[in-house]
Design a protein around this ligand. Sequence first.
Ligand SMILES: Nc1ncnc2c1ncn2[C@@H]1O[C@H](COP(=O)(O)OP(=O)(O)O)[C@@H](O)[C@H]1O
Ligand SMILES: [Mg+2]
Length: 270
Amino acid sequence: MTLLEVTGLNVSYGTTQVVHDLDLAVESGKILTVLGPNGAGKSSTLRAVCGLIRRTPGEVRLEGRSIGRLRASQVASAGLVMVPEGRRVFGSLSVEENLLLGAYRLGRRRKQQTLDTCYDMFPILQQRRAQRAGYLSGGEQQMLAFGRALMADPLVILMDEPSMGLAPVVVNQVMAHARVIADLGIGVLMVEQNARAAMKVADEVVVLRLGRPVFRGSVEQARGDAALVRAFLGDTAVAEPSGAEPSGVAPSGAEPRPASPRHAVPDVVS
Ligand SMILES: Nc1ncnc2c1ncn2[C@@H]1O[C@H](COP(=O)(O)OP(=O)(O)O)[C@@H](O)[C@H]1O
Ligand SMILES: [Mg+2]
């Protein structure tokens, strides 16, 4: 079932147009990843979809209902929730206070239930629930940012470069968490520079170049498209954060390879 449908999205800053005629569809239980290098228009796309910046003309539908004219806060209440670039947790608040900030839509009982679900998914957050969020590691802060989005009981979560600044082994954990979130039936729209990591868990791929979609298809199709891999995924696909192994070599023991076909060919883009 298509939860989020974006058609003809255009975004400009002043007279500079940075996103051109972009269509996106996010299904329940699926991860759509929008890949592209720095400056491709990924964050602008997400900010426009959730109403943080203006988009024209474009249409944004959530469960068939037009949300294109809603303000960002109304968009969140409608069930479209953003996990921003850089995570933006409130460092001086406790982990649990950060989570509860996400739950303003919910009544008291649902709030407790959702908190329990969150802690089941991220036991480390429960262990650290009274601690200041600022003391968490980058990977734990990303879990907290995911948790805070889940607390809003969303239909669709937008994730802006969740891998940013994290070590490769942590990146893989973050991607696995994105998969678990989708498996709850939530639609995930994840933008990433780290094509290699994102393609391990995504279902569908859009590649953005200078604000224009230059590829659209399944992960398998993206991997099978040699020209695409060479031209648009090659450099970003191997651009892991610092400390990464040489391209094409699996990290020694760091990364258990699940048996599912979705995870079976991680090195094809290197
Ligand atoms: N607030 C802004 N004002 C003007 N230009 C911006 C602003 N934010 C981003 N841009 C420009 O828009 C383009 C796309 O940026 P962005 O969406 O952040 O790309 P990405 O997230 O893919 O790195 C870039 O050329 C960037 O410099
Ligand atoms: Mg960005």
